[in-house]
Design a protein around this ligand. Structure first.
Ligand code: NCD
Length: 311
């Protein structure tokens, strides 16, 4: 019988709640190193990482798979697990994770259930990396967002941050807010239509951290000169009842003249994909950082994979 050679304490990435400043800084520093890594730095050779995606993804799956290959690893993938895995035959997430634990060295999971990553980590015998769990969390996106912010602003603190859009259902906002609130901030503005306001657990969290914040309903309540980081999100249509959208969208559409009045060193970010909230005529302005942000997914995910599997 083969010996179980796996580490006794697995390094899962489940929730931003689990991260502290030393961990964040370790990952961001490692990501910076990964951008210039020698080609023969391939610590994942002879390892296989599975990317199990039960919900659509372009950037997250693409950048994880790129990161795996750049580190010399192999990849097995299901890009439409909801339709093409045994989930269709009634298999539980837990059973799929137990089976895949025998096929690979780590599992990157995107799943519609808010508690999917916790449930997977409970039964896995390899590290689980949460690549988006329902409307709850997207911790690796939050780390790459921090990486982009640190590169551009030189720090993660004393910022004036505006989160705009679907703050109720946007999982990237939930994870990023938790991480930015580990650092003292000048002010956080939560800009959303009333029906898409952030949940009370997050405003409570900001209160507990002593971070000054306000909730507003549109861009007319924000002075562009007072924004360092504007983090846009789309309406999460797939989580809303039909018809609840039209009003919601128009009240927080960004326009070019707002961005032109922001300081040149400020950032407009967006996890993408975008809809009408972020018009393409902003793309050529120096504040537009969403494509560099998307590229940052690869080095940050390389850093996370190395941390989970090789340290
Ligand atoms: C986001 C996601 O899937 O949560 N995109 C991403 O991962 N880069 C944002 C979204 O779907 O709106």
């Amino acid at each position: 019988m083969a010996l179980n050679l796996r580490p006794t304490k697995l390094r899962h990435i489940v929730s931003a709640v689990d991260f502290d400043k030393p961990f964040i800084e370790e990952i961001l520093d490692l990501a910076a190193w990964m951008e210039k890594k020698p080609r023969d730095h391939t610590p994942l050779r002879n390892m296989i990482v599975a990317t199990l995606f039960y919900k659509p993804s372009t950037r997250t799956r693409g950048s994880f798979e790129s990161a795996i290959l750049r580190l010399g690893g192999g990849n097995i993938s299901t890009e439409n697990g909801a339709e093409f895995s045994s989930a269709v035959k009634g298999e539980s997430l837990e059973d799929t994770i137990k089976v895949f634990s025998g096929y690979c060295d780590a599992i990157v999971l995107r799943h519609p259930d808010n508690d999917s990553a916790e449930r997977a980590a409970r039964v896995a015998t390899v590290p689980i990396i949460n690549a988006g769990s329902g409307t709850a969390e997207h911790p690796t996106q939050a780390l790459l967002d921090l990486y982009t912010i640190r590169k551009r602003h030189g720090q993660l603190q004393n910022l004036r941050i505006v989160f705009a859009g679907d703050l109720r259902n946007g999982r990237t906002v939930h994870s990023l807010l938790r991480l930015l609130a580990l650092y003292p901030q000048r002010h956080v503005t939560l800009l959303s239509p009333p029906e898409l306001r952030i949940g009370p657990e997050y405003t409570q969290f900001l209160n507990n951290k002593g971070i000054s914040f306000s909730e507003v309903g549109g861009f007319d309540a924000v002075r562009p000169q007072d924004v360092d980081v504007l983090y846009m999100t789309r309406v999460q249509r797939e989580y809303l009842p039909d018809g609840a959208l039209v009003d919601a969208e128009s009240s927080y559409t960004l326009n070019r003249s707002f961005v032109e009045q922001m300081s040149e060193g400020a950032s407009v970010m967006h996890p993408l994909p975008r809809n009408s909230e972020l018009p393409t005529d902003i793309d050529d302005l120096p504040q537009a950082q969403y494509f560099p942000q998307a590229y940052d997914g690869v080095p940050v995910r390389m850093a996370l994979l190395q941390w989970c599997l090789c340290s």
